[in-house]
Design a protein around this ligand. Structure first.
Ligand code: NAP
Length: 385
C-alpha cells in the first residue's frame, strides 16, 4: 500500500526496496518473504528508536517496477518459435513448447489448421506470412528427404537478419551441411536430435537424451542467450543434454538407432502375433515393432540414405545373421558326424571340435567377420553363403 512518510514526504511502503535487484535475489525475496512484524504489546506505548520509515512499493500495481521486472523475467524465458513441418514430430514438440509458455507458430505442406488450433499454435498456411511474423527461432521438423527442398523454398529475406535455425533431423551431418550451404551467414545454426519421439516420450522427456551441436552461434550476448533459452526447453523437461559433433552423432546413431529400426522392421515383416504365453522378452519385441512401425518409412529410409555409417551397419547385421546360422549348423554337423562315425569321429581331430562362438569385431575397426570355426573362409563367402 502506498503511504507518505510525514518526516520525509517521500513515497514509501511497508516492504524492502526492490529496485535493480539481481534475478536470483528477486527470486529469493519473493519466495521467502520475511514474516510481518509482531504487533507490540497493546498496553505498552509504541517506541521507535528511529523514525518509522518505509522504503518500497509493496502491492504489485501494474505500473510499478517490481511487476514490470517480474514480467520481464518470465518473458525472457520464452521464445517466438516457428515450426516448419507440422507432421507427427512437429506437433509432438509443439505440445511441450506451448505448455512452457513459448509463442508457437506453424507452417506445413498439408493443412494442419485444426490440429494447430487444438494445440494453441498459430497456423500459417503461407510461408511468407509466417516469416513476416519475425520468429526468433525457425524449428525445422520436416522429413529428412524433403528438408533441402523446404529450406530452399522458405522466403529467408522476410525473416529478421538474426534468426536462429534449429533442426531435429535424425541424421545430423546432412542437416549441418545443408544449413551451412543454404543459410546466409547472419543466421545462427543449432543442429539437434531429440533421441525420442511421440511414442517413447509421450509421458515424459525425463532422462531421455537430447543431442545438440552449436554449429554457428554468433558471439553477441543476445544470440548466445537465445540459443541457451531454446536448449533450456529440453533441459527443464529433464532431458539428458549431450553436446557432440554431428559426425559423432551419426556414428553412434547408426550403431544404435538404425540397428533398432532395422530389427524392428525385420520383425514387422514376420507379422508377429501376441500368444497366450508371451515371455517378457517377446513382449519387448512386440513393443519394438510397434515403436518402429509408428514412424514413417520415409524417416527410416532417411536414416539409411543420409547417414554414411548406415550401410556398414546393415552389412554387419547381415554378417552377424550368417555367423549365427553357421554356428547353429556347425553344431548340427557335429551331432550328425557323431551319429555317422561314432567314436571313430575322434580321430578326425580338429573337425570334431565344436565351432567356437564367433562375434563380429567391435564397430569401427574395419575388420571382416572372424572365422571362429575351424574352416577359414573369405569375408565375401560368409556374407553371401
Ligand atoms: P517424417 O515422415 O520424417 O516427416 C514428416 C514431415 O515432413 C511432415 O511435416 C511433412 O509435411 C513433411 N514433408 C514430407 N515430405 C514433404 C515434402 N515433399 N514437402 C514438404 N514437406 C514434406 O515424420 P516425423 O516423425 O514427423 O519426423 C519429422 C522430422 O523429425 C524428421 O526429420 C525426423 O528425422 C525427425 N525426428 C523424428 C522423431 C520421431 O520419433 N518421429 C524423433 C526425432 C527426430 P506434411 O505433413 O505437411 O505433408
Amino acid at each position: 500500500m502506498l503511504t507518505i512518510s510525514p518526516t520525509t514526504s517521500k513515497i514509501t511502503t511497508t516492504h524492502h526496496h526492490h529496485h535493480h535487484l539481481h534475478p536470483h535475489t528477486y527470486r529469493h525475496l519473493t519466495s521467502h518473504r520475511t514474516p510481518p512484524p509482531q504487533h507490540p504489546h497493546p498496553c505498552k506505548p509504541l517506541r521507535l528508536r528511529r523514525p518509522f520509515q518505509i522504503s518500497a512499493i509493496d502491492a504489485a500495481q501494474p505500473f510499478d517496477y517490481e511487476s514490470k521486472l517480474s514480467k520481464q523475467i518470465s518473458k525472457s524465458k520464452t521464445l517466438k518459435i516457428a515450426i516448419v513441418g507440422f507432421g507427427n514430430f512437429g506437433q509432438f514438440l509443439a505440445k511441450t513448447l506451448v505448455r512452457q509458455g513459448h509463442t508457437v507458430l506453424a507452417h506445413s505442406r498439408s493443412d494442419y489448421s485444426a490440429a494447430a488450433a487444438n494445440l494453441g499454435v498459430a497456423w500459417y498456411s503461407n510461408a511468407d506470412d509466417l516469416c513476416e511474423e519475425h520468429p526468433e527461432v525457425i524449428l525445422l521438423c520436416t522429413s529428412i528427404l524433403s528438408t533441402d527442398k523446404v529450406l530452399r523454398s522458405l522466403p529467408l529475406q522476410r525473416l529478421k537478419r538474426s534468426t536462429l535455425f534449429v533442426d531435429v533431423l535424425s541424421v545430423k551431418e546432412f542437416a549441418k551441411d545443408l544449413f551451412i550451404q543454404i543459410l546466409p551467414l547472419e543466421f545462427d545454426i543449432l543442429c539437434t536430435h531429440p533421441m525420442f519421439g511421440p511414442e517413447s516420450g509421450k509421458n515424459s522427456w525425463k532422462d531421455l537424451p537430447f543431442v545438440y551441436d552449436k554449429v554457428r552461434i554468433g558471439n553477441d550476448e543476445s544470440r548466445v542467450a537465445r540459443c541457451e533459452k531454446f536448449l533450456d526447453a529440453f533441459a527443464r523437461e529433464g532431458c539428458v543434454m549431450k553436446e557432440m559433433t554431428c559426425a559423432e552423432h551419426d556414428m553412434h546413431a547408426a550403431e544404435s538407432q538404425f540397428i533398432t529400426h532395422t530389427v524392428g522392421r525385420i520383425l514387422e515383416k514376420l507379422n508377429l502375433d501376441s500368444t497366450p504365453i508371451n515371455t517378457k522378452g517377446y513382449e519387448r519385441l512386440l513393443d519394438l515393432v510397434e515403436n518402429t512401425s509408428s514412424d514413417s518409412f520415409e524417416l527410416y529410409y532417411g536414416l539409411f540414405m543420409y547417414n554414411k555409417n548406415a550401410m556398414e551397419q546393415l552389412e554387419r547385421l547381415d554378417l552377424a545373421f550368417e555367423a549365427l546360422k553357421k554356428e547353429l549348423f556347425g553344431h548340427l554337423h557335429d551331432v550328425l558326424r557323431k551319429q555317422l562315425f561314432g567314436t571313430r569321429g575322434r580321430s578326425l581331430g580338429s573337425l570334431q571340435r565344436p565351432p567356437a562362438l564367433s562375434k563380429l569385431p567391435p564397430n569401427g575397426n574395419g575388420l571382416a567377420l572372424p572365422t571362429g570355426s575351424t574352416e577359414s573362409e573369405p569375408k565375401s563367402d560368409s556374407a553371401t553363403s
